[in-house]
Design a protein around this ligand. Structure first.
Ligand code: ATP
Ligand code: MG
Length: 245
């Protein structure tokens, strides 16, 4: 079960008011994407949800339990890579499991590493990987941790178009298999449309929720939807919403 409720969250850093008033819900098993201008407070919002910092006002709850300011309830992949340089790929991937469950499952981790195109790098160290490879490793770590909600902050931004599409399809297949709730930040409108059940559009800072859009494409999703007329219409609508016109 993973129902996340964000209620009237506010956050400032000194005089810099970042989040004016944010409320939304992620239903159990839902895939929600957040798009918003750079600097609108998306990563700030994620840090609040992950309990890394505290909101000035408002509440965050998971399955009706207040988790405001508490860590460990949400699997959180930060925007910058957070791999431990002294651990191998395999050991980094298994970290999420160790911390929370106290148990490791090497076989599952190895299989996921291979499916992410990292076979042969299981025992490599982060400094031996490209930026995109590092992103994939930290992504695997968050997906393998046991929390019911995963927050991903632009997990595919360092990947080329082709790898990005492969990872998107792979993420969808894992999500369908594991039935977790996902909250996903991206700059890429097409990515949000391809992946999400619902898209939340944030305004410039101080951020409010400008619009919530339900995405009509059925699942499992085929790559072909990106060529459809409906897809283009939604893309335009969200683009205009973001641009404020
Ligand atoms: N720890 C911090 N201390 C002070 N100011 C901060 C801190 N973290 C973020 N900010 C400020 O909060 C605002 C929002 O930053 P944030 O990183 O949340 O934006 P974002 O929407 O994730 O941007 P991007 O799309 O570029 O990743 C910025 O003005 C930033 O300077
Ligand atoms: Mg950010």
């Amino acid at each position: 079960m993973g129902k996340l409720e964000i209620e009237r969250i506010q956050k400032s850093y000194g005089d810099n008011q970042v989040l004016a008033n944010i409320s939304f819900t992620v239903q159990d098993g839902e895939f929600v994407a957040i798009v918003g201008p750079s600097g609108s407070g998306k990563s700030t919002l994620f840090r609040l949800i992950g309990g890394i910092s505290k909101p000035d006002a408002g509440a965050i709850s998971l399955n009706h339990k207040d988790i405001t300011g508490l860590r460990g309830f949400i699997s959180y992949m930060p925007q910058a890579s957070s791999l431990l340089p002294w651990r191998t790929v395999l050991k980094n991937v298994m970290l999420g499991k160790e911390i929370v469950a106290g148990k490791t499952n090497e076989e599952q981790a190895l299989e996921m590493i291979a499916r992410a195109g990292l076979a042969g790098y299981e025992h490599a160290y982060p400094h031996q990987l490209s930026g995109g490879m590092k992103q994939r490793v930290s992504f695997l770590r968050s997906i393998l941790s046991p929390q019911p909600i995963i927050c991903l902050d632009e997990p595919f931004s360092a990947l080329d178009e082709w790898t990005r599409l492969e990872m998107q399809k792979w993420l969808l297949s894992i999500w369908q298999q594991y039935q977790r709730s996902i909250l996903f930040v991206t700059h890429h409108i097409e990515e949000a449309l391809f992946l999400a059940d619902r898209i939340i559009v944030l305004s410039e800072k101080p951020a409010i929720v400008k619009k919530e859009v339900s995405i009509p494409f059925e699942r499992p999703r085929s790559e072909d939807i990106v060529l459809s007329k409906v897809f283009l219409e939604y893309k335009k609508m969200i683009y205009h919403e973001l641009r404020g016109s």
